[in-house]
Write a protein that binds this ligand. Structure first.
Ligand code: SF4
Length: 367
């Protein structure tokens, strides 16, 4: 076991109430290297997740080596997914991380099935595969190798600079399958980034990772998601951001304004009231009744950013006029990699979808 030889505190499977639901929990681990974070190591039965049919994304399968994410982005779309273990979408999402320690082995079993048709597989669609824990668990090299050996094309979306570690194995994989890489960089203000995305590598480090991937021969797109009203949507900020993205060597940009679904909205409201209470009334106007910024705001944002993207010579992914989200495109070039989220800004999972009444009810109590 990778954590052997370190000072560990292993706990029993019932350390947290919801963890009793995990029949395949191996142990729960804390280490000084990751202060405040508990890793719950599980043995996954399978690695491939089927995406419900009919969605806007151009792939049918995903892999998530981790659930929960120590990158701790305040606006993270995936926060509500943690509720399945009776863990909360706030601090628990950041600090109680499920680790599928055998994900590569489970994946090889999945890929060996005669029914596997080598469809595109997306990584980073729910939680980040290159979050800090990956530096110790090193799950991704095995995942990448397994996909390549099974002639299975794949894409990776991440905020993690650990991607750079795996460029050699990704380069090797790209000799036999299509490999698409995308870096998520939404905030180009270091002070704001440090409170809004406290567990992530800096923007400069992520841009440098884009450059390293480009130097390794990959086309890399940047996800500017979410763009935060009144915080990162100014023309000067966007212009400077796109200039840095272009200078790093990226070929395309995908953008979307902020979505605030229940489970995310509460966490975001707490941040807003702590750091920028002056903006609370303006956010109440935009998001008081729902999860999306109004169509008028999205149109305003598009009128600013689209000319800037073109002026910087970057490609752009199309967006859904109903939500402002990037939508799927059929073409394969990585510069047009589509949104990994659904039109609600979250991974498509019919079992977790909420009714309009639920959305309105939850939303109306905030800000
Ligand atoms: S890196 Fe992605 S998955 Fe992780 S907290 Fe941030 S938005 Fe969520």
């Amino acid at each position: 076991m990778r954590w052997d030889g370190q000072a560990l505190q292993a706990t029993t499977p019932d350390a947290l109430p919801g963890l009793a639901k995990i029949s395949n929990l191996i142990r729960s681990v804390q280490t000084p290297e990751f202060a405040g974070v508990t890793f719950h190591e599980v043995a996954a039965k399978s690695a491939l997740n089927r995406v419900p049919a009919g969605g806007p994304v151009p792939f049918a399968w995903t892999i998530n080596p981790y659930r929960g994410c120590s990158h701790a982005c305040v606006y993270c779309f995936a926060r509500p997914s943690h509720a399945y273990l009776d863990l909360d979408a706030g601090k628990d999402f950041d600090s109680q991380v499920i680790v599928k320690v055998n994900v590569a082995e489970a994946l090889r079993r999945d890929l060996a099935k005669p029914s596997w048709a080598a469809e595109h597989v997306a990584l980073g669609t729910n939680t980040d595969p290159y979050q800090r824990a990956e530096g110790r668990y090193r799950l991704m090299p095995g995942v990448i190798a397994a996909l390549a050996e099974a002639n299975t094309p794949f894409s990776i979306l991440t905020k993690g600079t650990l991607l750079r570690r795996d460029l050699p194995v990704l380069t090797e994989a790209a000799r036999s399958v299509d490999v698409q890489l995308a870096m998520s960089i939404a905030i180009f203000d270091d002070s704001l980034q440090s409170t809004m995305e406290p567990g992530t590598p800096t923007t400069a480090a992520r841009l440098a990772t884009v450059g390293a991937a480009v130097s390794a021969g990959f086309q890399v797109s940047v996800f500017m998601m979410p763009i935060l009203p009144f915080l990162t949507d100014g023309e000067d900020h966007l212009d400077a951001a796109l200039g840095m993205i272009k200078a790093a060597g990226a070929t395309g940009v995908t953008y979307s304004s902020l979505h605030l679904r229940p489970g995310v909205k509460e966490w975001f409201a707490r941040w807003l009231n702590t750091y920028r209470p002056d903006l609370t009334p303006r956010y109440r106007t935009l998001y008081g009744d729902g999860a999306y910024a109004p169509k008028e705001y999205r149109g305003h944002l598009a009128s600013i950013i689209k000319p800037l993207i073109a002026a910087h010579g970057l490609d752009i992914a199309p967006t859904d006029p109903g939500t402002g989200s990037a939508v799927a495109v059929a073409s394969k070039p990585s510069s047009h990699r589509a949104s990994a989220r659904d039109s609600n800004g979250e991974w498509r999972d019919k079992g977790r979808s909420m009714s309009a009444a639920q959305l309105t009810s939850a939303a109306s109590t905030l800000f």
